[in-house]
Design a protein. Structure first.
Length: 146
């Protein structure tokens, strides 16, 4: 539930509906388990890399700013799950904001776990189609030869 409320607070989740529907979504997200948020972010029509007009931040930039605003003791329990959910949903950590900063460049340098998560996400997006899948084929691998 904390993650859902935090995503609403940071603006990382914005559902494009009427005022009444948005009110219902806020109530749902603030009382729903985090698994519900995962399901919502996987729905068609939700823009997970929407850029705001002022700072040109993505939801991932906003989530990193939120984590930075937390007390260091809350980074792991309240902050990192937000970033993890957004990365898992497909937010692109390579997008630069108005200041030409990627989310990893906004992260507090002391928060090595967060920086590692973002670097790993960036690598996964960059290498996405370049990962070689080994196929042993019907005869097995070359190391099994006689």
């Amino acid at each position: 539930m904390v993650v859902c409320m935090s995503l609403l607070h940071t603006g990382a989740v914005r559902l494009p509906y009427t005022r009444l529907q948005s009110h219902a979504n806020v109530r749902l997200l603030t009382h729903a388990p985090d698994e519900v948020l995962d399901l919502l972010l996987d729905q068609e029509g939700i823009e997970i890399d929407e850029i705001d007009r002022l700072e040109r931040d993505t939801p991932l930039h906003k989530a990193v700013r939120y984590v930075n605003s937390l007390d260091k003791s809350a980074w792991e329990s309240e902050g990192h799950p937000i970033v993890d959910i957004l990365l898992d949903a497909g937010c692109d950590p390579r997008i630069r904001n108005k200041a030409k900063l990627k989310p990893v460049e906004l992260a507090d340098p002391r928060n090595t776990v967060l920086r590692g998560m973002l670097q790993k996400g960036e690598y996964a997006m960059t290498a996405g189609g370049d990962v070689v899948q080994e196929d042993d084929g019907p005869t097995g691998s070359a190391s099994d030869s006689e």
